[in-house]
Design a protein around this ligand. Structure first.
Ligand code: COA
Length: 186
């Protein structure tokens, strides 16, 4: 895992110049807007309560420290000064310190232009290079057809189902656990 700040990467998607880079403390305001936009659309993610600037500031500070220690990798996709996507690759602790878990999200108005695919491919690339990560996994809500199709397209396979774990729009929905074949454990 990248234990120092990685070089920013520039990409052009549908004519939009997007920069992938590590987050900075100065991004807290735009990160709050990004997360709260997902909460407001009631996206199929765990968080369903808007967050405050102070909560996000604390989170960014703590998580940048984990990045510096090489325990996780975080990227933001920036369009101009706005966060339009995020990717986290977290390494587990203790008996699970060989397990990398990916989380990815893209702002609604920037979906369908390849950003989710790019963030996922970047995360897979990082996991492949990290000698400490031997298993690559993620967790997706069963009704999240777009995300599941994206993960399958990139080589993830469903390995388990956790039934009725979360409440979404008044119904209990299941999680699908997916794994990417890193083939690092024989
Ligand atoms: C899942 C998510 C990250 C995909 O991001 P994205 O930037 O739209 O992804 P891409 O543009 O690379 O598109 C990936 C695929 O999804 C398809 N897709 C994207 N938006 C779509 C839509 N609204 N309807 C149908 N298909 C869609 C694309 O056509 C593409 O398919 P293809 O590869 O067969 O062409 C994004 O929908 C998202 O952030 N959703 C809300 C949060 C979330 O669900 N996060 C994942 C939690 S597990």
């Amino acid at each position: 895992m990248c234990n120092r700040l990685c070089k920013p990467q520039k990409v052009v998607l549908y004519g939009k110049k997007i920069i992938l880079r590590n987050p900075k403390m100065g991004d807290v305001k735009t990160l709050v807007d990004f997360i709260n936009s997902l909460v407001e659309e009631d996206a199929l993610i765990l968080v369903n309560k808007t967050i405050t600037f102070q909560e996000e500031k604390k989170w960014v500070k703590e998580n940048l420290e984990l990045c510096r220690k090489g325990e996780q990798h975080l990227l933001v996709a920036m369009y101009k000064k706005e966060v339009v996507g995020t990717m986290g690759l977290h390494r587990g602790k203790w008996r699970q310190s060989h397990v990398g878990t990916i989380g990815v999200s893209v702002k609604k108005s920037y979906r369908g232009i390849g950003l989710g695919t790019l963030l996922m491919k970047t995360a897979i690339g990082l996991a492949k290079k990290d000698p400490k990560i031997k298993i690559l996994t993620l967790d997706v809500y069963e009704p999240n057809k777009i995300a599941r199709k994206l993960y399958e397209k990139l080589g993830f396979k469903s390995v388990a189902k956790l039934s009725k774990r979360d409440l979404y729009k008044g119904k209990y929905i299941s999680h699908i656990v997916m794994e990417y074949p890193l083939n690092k454990i024989k």
